[in-house]
Design a binder for this molecule. Sequence first.
Ligand code: AMP
Ligand code: GLY
Length: 422
Amino acid sequence: MRILVLGSGAREHAIVTALLAEDAGHELIAAPGNAGIAAEPGVTTISLDVTESRTVADFAEAEGVDLVVIGPEAPLVAGVGDAVRRRRIPVFGPDRAAAALEGSKTFAKRIMETAGVPTGRSVHAATLAEVAAALDELGAPHVVKADGLAAGKGVVVTSDRDAALAHAEHYLPQGPVLIEEFLGGPEVSLFFLADGHDVLPLSPAQDYKRVGDGDAGPNTGGMGAYSPLPWLDADFGSEAAFVDEVRRTIALPTIRTLEAEGTPFVGLLYCGLVLTPAGIRVIEFNARFGDPETQVVLPRLITPLSTLLLAAATGSLGGLPDPEFSPESAVVVVLASEGYPESPITGREITGLDAVLPSGVTIAHAATARDGDRMLATGGRVLGVVSRGDGFAAARAAAYIALAGIHLEGGHYRHDIAERVS
Ligand code: AMP
Ligand code: GLY
């Protein structure tokens, strides 16, 4: 197949790697891609503004691509899915209206309510006085969320009422904020492929959202992840039982509600879940593959990814068996630039990338660019070291050995990814 992948992060590198691993002779075009994606054999990268719907649709048509895969949320919310679909080109990624599941927390809450999906209680607040009343009603710890996209920075969870008020005050000029009930428990990211009517699950992963070891410091886009989650067996009997419960109570009702409302969702439904003592609760939906979770989920996928993405894009997931996954343990540790997430310092050289990597280790590039024979860091999350092995101890050890050989001035990463998993 001729496949156009939109985006430039480690998630898109993981998607490209999984498509190449099929050995099906796909022709891949990545727009804009990054230095790691460009170095993959058989991949062409092209500089395109992926949020320009018309530009992307024209390009996909001119290139005669068989499938467009939209990686990040920005093009979805900008309506790139709609534009490509109007040209009758199969596209994996929802239309703008359905992408509001991620783009608007208010929309997501309404859909969850209609679908009967379990989530935290929340209150809409348009003024500081309403915020204060809601904080007092729901109690501490306080959760305050901006309504729109904020790259993981729109949410604050704090027991400090003044800090909660200050966060709300910062976002109120952009519109109402959500004050949400605090949901305590382990978090799980579970992805579903959706074709507008049916869903198929991928394997669960856990993300590390805070910047520092032991969950210290501010929220980020994600500093590491691992998959599968062996500890689910203790609570649910098996991963399959957990996945089936989420499919039945969360993913399918959500997709069917969107379909009934005339905004069918075609693409990746990312369920951000908390396992509270009272049961599974949705903390957020995203309308695209998670980053960095994708870097540990896709390497374990045995079923050809292109078959699944095309089936979702063409409304034919129904009747397909659940995707198959290898039982091996996968870990990703993200290397970030100095100052990330507040104000990353970019443009510094990364060295050590040519070293021989331990067996089972690959590098997923996130924000890299070539400058002659130098490799530069161009963003906050620079790359992910992905490691697969027989058990988490081995996979983890190999990831950290590889990281020790990579140098970026001021670069930092978490040392505790998958530490307590066995
Ligand atoms: P979100 O942008 O909604 O994914 O939130 C980012 C992170 O904030 C989540 O992964 C959680 O760690 C935390 N968070 C969000 N909402 C809540 C909540 N209601 N209770 C506890 N933690 C939350
Ligand atoms: N890792 C969290 C996200 O992709 O939103």
